[in-house]
Design a protein around this ligand. Structure first.
Ligand SMILES: Nc1nc2c(ncn2[C@@H]2O[C@H](COP(=O)(O)OP(=O)(O)O)[C@@H](O)[C@H]2O)c(=O)[nH]1
Ligand SMILES: [Mg+2]
Ligand SMILES: [Zn+2]
Length: 364
């Protein structure tokens, strides 16, 4: 077995620290190995351990709850051997980036775990959609990570003055969030981004085609991620050969690339929405009514800020839209979770104690 200091020196570049080691203590006593998930696909995952990357089966830690599925960035306890070898547990997450899987279902999908910086990539090759940036930022804040916006493909913007204006527009929609213009093609702005992602774990988020993989390659300094051809931007029918979604950067820090997302639905992101629209929530404290909807109530500080031009009407519309979307998803989730719990209890009652004990005996 690898010594504690061996584990530390091998896994520290991946973010292993004393707190993770403490959390891992009971698993070490069980003879399990610590490791970080660098890739997940179809019931299997690749885990980097002190002895190298091992492939492990996630069946044991894949309950029906999609929020508890192992994902890239998780720290796990993996069996020392066996065929297949199993991931036996994952350590409690510090942060998790979750979106709702689709508008029809109310499941959350975990895209990355234990992330310190959520880097939202927004392409300057297409018209800026501030509403979409705000939606990504709501989820980014909600994850517990510090959001950063990277405006990619800055080389496609003709002049520096226009670029500066675009950066300002985004800054006005992203209180508390650094905004950087970057070109992976020319290298402009990369130093600023490297400084931000140089410690801790960063996840690259954004629509497919935003330039995330190109950016990852530029940060790593070699072609480790698949970049799709410009004509195939929606990626239909394309096989991705990426071997890892989690990489150690040569200058320090860990980077997680996510698959291209068509869009992200909010998932229980009330406080995230509040942080994206911090100035609106601040104004709302001065509304006459505590539960002011900022529609037609008298003494509404938010509406009067719109009237005076202090607050852009677009910001208020976007805020309303995301608050409504979030309330809807939360209501739907609660109903579903309640129904599921009822079914679960019925099933457990029917199966009886013996079979539950069999399951426990087998797995623990
Ligand atoms: N002009 C320009 N094109 C870029 C830049 N970064 C990426 N691209 C192009 O944008 C397309 C999508 O890039 P990709 O990294 O696959 O995006 P992803 O889907 O977000 O991972 C590719 O055709 C890239 O060549 C850049 O800095 N400048
Ligand atoms: Mg990509
Ligand atoms: Zn109001």
């Amino acid at each position: 077995m690898t010594s504690t200091s061996g584990v530390h020196s091998a896994l520290a570049p991946y973010g292993w620290d004393d707190d993770w080691a403490d959390a891992f203590t009971p698993h070490a006593a069980d003879g399990l190995l610590p490791g970080r998930v660098v890739r997940v696909d179809r019931g299997q995952c690749d885990v980097v351990t002190a002895g190298g990357v091992v492939r492990a089966d996630t069946a044991f830690v894949t309950p029906h709850d999609p929020m508890r599925v192992v994902c890239t960035g998780d720290w796990v306890a993996v069996e020392a051997g066996g065929n297949p070898r199993y991931v036996r547990a994952y350590l409690p997450r510090r942060t998790a980036f979750v979106r709702s899987t689709s508008s029809k279902r109310s499941d959350g999908q975990i895209l990355a775990a234990n992330v310190d910086h959520a880097v939202v990539a927004v392409s300057l090759a297409v018209e800026l959609d501030l509403g979409r940036v705000e939606r990504f930022l709501a989820l980014a804040w909600e994850s517990g990570a510090q959001p950063v916006v990277v405006l990619t493909k800055a080389d496609l913007v003709g002049d520096p003055v226009t670029l500066a204006h675009l950066v300002q527009d985004v800054e006005a929609s992203a209180p508390g969030v650094p905004v950087l213009g970057v070109s992976a093609r020319t290298g402009d702005g990369l130093d600023g981004l490297l400084a931000l992602v140089g410690s801790g774990t960063s996840v690259l988020l954004g629509q497919s085609g935003a330039g995330k993989s190109t950016l990852a390659n530029a940060l790593v300094g070699e072609d480790v991620m698949d970049v799709r051809a410009a004509r195939d931007v929606d990626g239909k029918g394309r096989h991705t050969t990426t071997t890892r979604n989690l990489l150690v950067l040569p200058s320090g820090g860990v980077l997680i690339d996510t698959p291209g997302l068509r869009g992200v639905g909010l998932f229980d992101a009330e406080s995230g929405v509040g942080q994206v629209f911090a100035e609106i929530e601040e104004l709302a404290e001065r509304c006459r009514f505590h539960d002011c909807a900022h529609e037609s109530e008298p003494g509404c500080a938010v509406r009067s800020a719109v009237d005076s031009g202090e607050l852009a009407a677009r910001r208020l519309d976007s805020y309303r839209k995301l608050v409504r979307e979030n309330q809807w998803i939360v209501a739907k989730t609660d109903a579903r979770v309640r129904a599921e719990l009822r079914r679960e209890w019925k099933r457990k009652g029917a199966e009886g104690r013996a079979s539950m004990q069999f399951k426990r005996g087998r797995w623990t």
